[in-house]
Design a protein around this ligand. Structure first.
Ligand code: SF4
Length: 236
């Protein structure tokens, strides 16, 4: 029966079954469409705090239009950067975070680069990124997964909701706790496709209100869906 996984092996098996079912429904996703270099991606992740993707992207485009290179951005004054990213909200704090991140990289590494992360372990690379002001576990994981190909698992609000309903993480889990508990149990090669397909499921099917359980590809694996529909669990 579907329910809270009893051990690591069972959780891994359920995650594999979920990944397969989502691939069948949505297809195998290739990329997230945000293929930008690591340091600009770090800037993008700082801009993504507490705002919508659309506002983040507008602020990023405005910033690039005003400061087309990293050295020019790093040399800018805080007020100029703040003005350029105003559409993304929290402009003062984000401008300070962006400038301090760029200046720290230049000081520590002699260049605006994050390439040295490639030679680190996943845990060390994440720890380095989250030491920047304005970079949390979720945004660090996005960068590590999409820019560097680490087996990191970013958990956003859609994935947190879906994985709680599936009984993969406990109800009180935060974004960071869910990410760190699921990440090592996800089968190799599934981190990116599962991340993208769970977000899609959360947006289109497992919506915050009125999830469409009867037409969900995960119904037979989902305690919450079975409770809502009065159905029975099927095989993985
Ligand atoms: S069965 Fe319902 S609750 Fe479970 S994942 Fe699907 S939509 Fe969400």
């Amino acid at each position: 029966m579907a329910g809270a996984p009893r051990g690591d092996g069972e959780l891994s098996a359920r995650l594999r079954g979920i990944a397969r079912a989502l691939d069948r429904r949505f297809g195998r996703p290739g990329s997230c469409g945000h293929e930008i270099a690591p340091v600009p991606n770090l800037v993008l992740t700082i801009l993504s705090q507490n705002t919508t993707d659309a506002n983040r992207d507008r602020a990023f485009a405005d910033l690039l239009a005003r400061f087309p290179t990293l050295p020019r951005l790093a040399a800018a004054g805080a007020a100029e950067v703040e003005e350029a990213i105003r559409t993304g909200g929290l402009a003062k704090a984000k401008a300070a975070s962006i400038l301090s991140a760029l200046r720290r990289l230049k000081e520590e590494r002699g260049d605006y680069t994050l390439d040295f992360l490639r030679s680190m372990t996943l845990a060390d690379a994440r720890s380095y990124l989250t030491s920047f002001h304005g970079v949390g576990v979720k945004t660090a994981n996005i960068l590590l997964l999409f820019c560097f190909g680490f087996p990191a698992f970013p958990v956003d609000t859609h994935i947190l909701r879906v994985t709680k309903r599936l009984g993969l993480v406990p109800p009180p889990a935060t974004l960071a706790k869910a990410a760190l508990s699921l990440e090592p149990r996800i089968p190799p090669g599934e981190h990116m496709p599962l991340h993208l397909n769970l977000i899609r499921l959360g947006r289109e099917v497992c919506r915050p209100r009125n999830p469409l359980c009867p037409s969900c590809p995960l119904l037979s694996l989902c305690p919450e869906g079975l409770r809502r529909t009065g159905g029975k669990a099927g095989p993985l």
